[in-house]
Design a protein around this ligand. Structure first.
Ligand code: NAD
Length: 470
């Protein structure tokens, strides 16, 4: 049976966050929570500093963000190691996440100074233009599953555009978040950057503070909705990058082994704890048997015991998440799905969950309707590509999807009919560095990535000049 859960459900109440190492349940060093008075003080300081930071020339702000990136590079291994201990993410992948965060900071530091305003064509005797200004105080509330890469995008874009920033990292990786924050605070002028440590209640207090101008939330859809309710009252600009339920659609003209590899990479990377994980598969019937046997073989390889762990996959972040993942699997099994491999909780310490392949899945099952943040790949066999596309597109989430096909008309049909922010053809994790993303529906609103995030973190003032000016 599972080890008892030691996560403190309400860290605000105890004054510290106590989590355990997901590999073995060993308690990690508690991290103090930012109390209400400290949150208020941090917001007041961010408000008091916003004009002076606004007045720092953008090239100087960019140079400081570059310096943060250099400091992070020096501390990258330590941060990755903390991330590994707190969330179970293998250290090389955690390190790749830190490096991706550093790259993003550098990209925004380079892009922002050349990010243009607009000029308009009025009469020749006047001048009309739109200039970009900082929005003011930005609160970034971020998740644990790729904690440095996700946070650095929001923090870098907000800072370089001239906003002061309060960052609340996830309560599931508080020490990682605190160490990340120190790199910013060590470099930036006093009052410009603050880290707020705590769980949902601290997050809710922070986003509801008067004086906050922007809230950017990356996290679950349920939390995004809660925050939307809080910020609506204050007229805050809200950017929301939430959960995904990404479909993988497999046409009948592709190689089954390659499709199995794509599904395994998409479904099992980071133990399925990625917003753009493959969440559900629709495969054309001609390919189904070969595809499933390839996918099950890959899952079985990940399910072999490794050192003292019951499986080779890294553990899930905690018992709380493992329970939800398993509930989704049990719901599918009760409704008629079959597990070809996995689907049971291993005995022993640690929050491991096996790579799981489910067949005979239908869209009424939780595992198909909701994001299952674990290594679970539910599969539906479809008579044709048209049927697969129809089933895949009947969904309320709108983050991303992938289609595997050699048919250009089929690829274009997927682009046209999938109501998602990103359609990938023939690569589950493809995408340009610094790429944009504009999720839809349950998955969010606004740009949380890419050059457009610089627009989200600023607003345009239109200026009309005419007459006798000297
Ligand atoms: P979460 O929403 O539970 O937590 C994210 C952050 O929100 C944490 O810092 C948490 O403390 C805070 N929070 C929780 N309740 C709050 C409230 N009521 N008010 C204010 N803040 C609150 O998400 P999570 O479990 O940490 O992360 C996993 C989720 O994030 C998944 O759904 C995943 O798909 C999503 N995600 C999305 C993207 C994306 O770009 N779309 C990227 C990474 C992760």
């Amino acid at each position: 049976m599972a080890e008892p859960m030691l996560w403190v459900a309400e860290p605000e109440v105890s004054g510290e966050i106590r989590i355990v190492d997901p590999h073995d349940g060993a308690p990690l060093r508690p991290v103090p929570v930012t109390n209400v008075a400290q949150v208020d003080e941090a917001v007041a300081r961010a408000m008091a500093t916003k004009r002076s930071w606004h007045d720092v020339p953008i090239a100087e702000r960019a140079a400081l963000v570059q310096r943060v990136a250099r400091v992070l590079r020096d501390r990258a291994r330590d941060i990755a190691e903390l991330n590994h201990r707190e969330t179970g993410r293998p250290t090389p992948e955690a390190l790749a996440g830190v490096m991706a965060g550093i790259d993003t900071l550098e990209q925004y530091a380079q892009q922002a100074p050349v990010h243009r305003g607009v000029s308009l064509n009025g009469p020749s005797s006047s001048l009309d233009l739109g200039r970009r200004e900082p929005r003011g105080v930005v609160v970034a509330v971020t998740p644990w599953n790729d904690p440095v890469a996700v946070a650095c995008g929001l923090l870098g874009a907000a800072l370089v555009m001239g906003n002061t920033v309060l960052h609340k990292p996830s309560e599931r990786c508080p020490a990682t978040g605190a160490m990340l924050g120190r790199a910013f605070a060590d470099v930036l002028p006093d009052g410009v950057f603050h880290t707020v440590i705590g769980g949902p209640q601290v997050g809710a207090d922070l986003v509801g503070c008067a004086g906050v101008d922007v809230v950017a939330h990356v996290g679950s859809t349920a939390t995004g909705r809660e925050i939307a309710g809080i910020v609506a009252e204050n007229g805050v600009h809200f950017i929301r990058e939430n959960g995904g339920n990404d479909a993988l659609i497999i046409d009948d003209d592709v190689d089954a082994e390659w499709a199995a590899e794509q599904a395994a990479v998409g479904g099992f990377t980071n133990s399925g704890q990625l917003c753009t994980s493959v969440e559900r598969v629709y495969v054309c019937e001609r390919l189904a048997d070969a595809f499933l046997s390839g996918l099950v073989a890959r899952a079985n390889a990940l399910n072999a015991p490794h050192e003292s762990a019951p499986v080779s996959l890294a553990p899930l972040v905690d018992e709380r998440l493992r329970e939800v993942v398993h509930e989704h699997v049990e719901d599918a099994l009760e409704r008629g799905a079959r597990a070809l491999t996995g689907g049971t909780i291993p005995s022993g310490a640690g929050t491991y969950y096996p790579a799981t392949v489910l067949v005979a899945c239908t869209n009424d099952m939780e595992v198909m309707r909701e994001e299952t943040f674990g290594p679970v790949v539910p599969v539906q066999v479809c008579a044709s590509f048209e049927d697969a596309l129809g089933a895949a597109s009947a969904d309320r989430y709108g983050l991303a999807c992938t289609v595997l096909t050699h048919s250009l008309p089929h690829a274009l049909a997927a682009v046209d009919r999938m109501n998602v922010g990103t359609v990938k053809v023939n690569g589950v994790f493809g995408g340009a560095p610094g790429g944009s993303a504009q999720p839809r529906g349950f998955s969010g609103d606004g740009f949380g990535y890419g050059p457009e995030l610089l627009d989200e973190m600023s607003h345009v003032k239109v200026v009309h000049l005419e007459g006798d000016l000297r």
